[in-house]
Design a protein around this ligand. Structure first.
Ligand SMILES: *Cc1c(COP(=O)(O)O)cnc(C)c1O
Ligand SMILES: [Zn+2]
Length: 416
C-alpha cells in the first residue's frame, strides 16, 4: 500500500529550493529539477512532490493558480490566467438532490476550457526549468488542448497523440490552432499513453500526462480555491467533493492539497472532504476496485462511453487515488451514459454548460442520494471539469432540434 504520509522532519540532500520528489511505494527521494524522471528508478512507483514546509491560507496571495505559489514547486510561471473559476449555486439540481448545500465548481471556465490548464501552467514552467525542447502528451482531448496552448505560450514544440475518432471536435480544434503536431493513433487512450511514456523514457520529449507529478501540483489548487470560495460563501468547508474520474489525477491532487493543509496545521483530519469518484459504466475500473476492496485497480482493456474525457481503462494515478478515496471516507460510483446526459441537461437548465464527462459528477451525486449513501445534511461540491463547447456534438445531441420555418413572421408565429 502506498505511503502518502507527508513529513517535513527529514529533508533529503537531493532537495532543491525545499522541494524533492519521493516514490510513494518505496520512499526513495529524487532531486526535482536535475534529471527528467516520471517514476521511481528503484521500483517503478509513482512520484510525488514533497516540500520542507507546507503552506497555509495566510501564505496565499493574488488570484488564480499562482495565488497558491507557496504550495507550488516552481516560481515564475507560464500563465494565461488559469484558475479562479466560479463556484456556482445550482438551484434546480440543489432542489432535486436535496442536500444541506450544493455548489458546482466549474473548471470549464479555465482559459482553454478545462482544469488541465492548472496542471499545465506549472508543468510547462518545470519543463522550461529542466531545459527540455519538446513536450508530449497522450490525450482524450483536453490535455492536448491545454498542452498546445501552454506549449505555444512558452515557444516549445508540442506533440500530442490522440485515439483516432474518439476526440471531441472542440478539443481537436484547439490543439490544431495552437500549433501542436497531432498524431491520431489507431487505438484507445491507454495505448497512446504507452507510446508517449516510451518516447519520454527515450528522452525524445517531456511528458505532461498526469503521471507527471508536477502537473498534479498545479491541480491541487482546485481544492485550495474551492475551500476558500466555499468558506467565503457559507462560512464552512464542504463535507464531500464529487468528481469525474479518468486517470484519477484530480482525485490524487485534491487529496494532496488537503493532506498538505493537515500537515501545515491549517485543517483537521476529520475536516478533509470525502472524495467521491464517478466513472462511466463502460469505463469503471476504479469503481470496481473500491466496490470489491481490491488493493490495486485491475485495468480494463475495452472501454466505451459518450463521456470521452473519461474513456480510460487503466487509470495511472490509481495508487494515489484509491487511498485518497478510502482515507477520506469517500466512495466511487458508476453511472450510465443516459444518466450522464440527463445530468448534462439538468446543469444546462441551471445555466451551467458542461461537456459529458463533467456531468458525471452530478449524475453520480444523484445516484448516491437515491441509494442513501450521501446524507441530506451534507454540504457537497460537484466538480465539472470541462466546458460545453468542448464537445458541441454531444451538446447538440442532448439538446433540442431546431425547427425549420418559412422566411416570414407568420411562419414564426405559427410555431409559438
Ligand atoms: C481529464 C478530464 C477528466 C479526468 O480527470 P482525471 O484527473 O484524469 O481523473 C475528467 N473530465 C474532463 C473534462 C477532463 O478533461
Ligand atoms: Zn520506488
Amino acid at each position: 500500500m502506498a505511503d502518502l504520509t507527508l513529513s517535513t522532519d527529514t529533508v533529503p540532500d537531493v532537495a532543491e529550493d525545499g522541494v524533492w520528489l519521493t516514490c510513494i511505494e518505496c520512499g526513495e527521494a529524487y532531486p526535482p529539477f536535475e534529471d527528467v524522471i516520471y517514476e521511481c528508478a528503484e521500483c517503478g512507483g509513482l512520484l510525488e512532490a514533497r516540500y520542507d514546509e507546507y503552506a497555509t491560507f495566510e501564505d496565499f496571495d493574488g488570484e488564480g493558480v499562482w495565488r497558491y505559489a507557496d504550495a507550488l514547486p516552481v516560481s515564475g510561471s507560464v500563465t494565461i490566467d488559469e484558475g479562479n473559476t466560479p463556484l456556482y449555486e445550482a438551484p434546480g439540481i440543489a432542489a432535486d438532490v436535496d442536500v444541506a448545500d450544493l455548489r458546482v465548481k466549474h473548471e470549464g471556465m479555465n482559459p482553454t476550457g478545462s482544469f488541465k490548464d492548472r496542471g499545465m501552467t506549472v508543468g510547462v514552467r518545470v519543463a522550461e526549468r529542466l531545459g527540455v525542447d519538446r513536450l508530449v502528451c497522450a490525450s482524450t482531448g483536453n490535455t492536448s488542448a491545454a498542452l498546445a496552448a501552454y506549449g505555444a505560450r512558452s515557444n516549445l514544440e508540442t506533440l500530442v497523440l490522440l485515439p483516432a475518432g474518439k476526440v471531441a471536435a472542440g478539443k481537436l480544434a484547439q490543439a490544431s490552432l495552437h500549433g501542436a503536431t497531432i498524431l491520431e493513433v489507431d487505438g484507445n487512450f491507454d495505448d497512446c499513453l504507452d507510446i508517449v511514456a516510451e518516447l519520454a523514457n527515450m528522452g525524445e520529449a517531456y511528458l505532461l500526462n498526469s503521471l507527471n507529478p508536477f502537473r498534479l501540483e498545479g491541480q491541487k489548487t482546485i481544492g485550495l480555491e474551492m475551500l476558500e470560495q466555499f468558506e467565503a460563501d457559507t462560512g464552512d468547508w464542504p463535507d464531500r467533493i464529487v468528481l469525474p474520474v479518468g486517470n484519477a489525477g484530480n482525485t490524487a491532487a485534491l487529496h494532496k492539497a488537503f493532506r498538505e493543509l493537515v500537515e501545515a496545521g491549517a485543517m483537521d483530519d476529520e475536516e478533509v472532504p470525502a472524495l467521491t469518484g464517478v466513472q462511466a459504466e463502460g469505463a469503471a475500473p476504479m469503481v470496481e476496485a473500491i466496490e470489491n476492496d481490491y488493493e490495486a485497480v485491475r485495468g480494463w482493456d475495452d472501454v466505451e462511453t459518450r463521456a470521452t474525457a473519461i474513456r480510460i481503462g487503466k487509470p495511472v494515478n490509481a495508487p494515489k487515488a484509491l487511498p485518497a478515496i478510502r482515507e477520506t471516507g469517500g466512495t466511487a460510483v458508476a453511472v450510465s451514459d443516459d444518466e450522464i446526459t440527463d445530468a448534462q441537461r439538468a446543469l444546462a437548465e441551471d445555466g451551467i454548460g458542461v461537456e459529458p464527462a463533467s456531468a458525471a459528477s452530478v449524475a453520480g451525486l444523484r445516484k448516491l442520494r437515491d441509494e442513501g449513501v450521501v446524507a441530506d445534511d451534507e454540504q457537497v461540491v460537484c466538480l465539472t471539469t470541462g466546458h460545453l463547447l468542448k464537445d458541441p456534438d454531444a451538446a447538440a445531441a442532448a439538446g433540442s432540434e431546431p425547427t425549420q420555418v418559412p422566411n416570414d413572421v407568420d411562419g414564426v408565429l405559427d410555431v409559438l
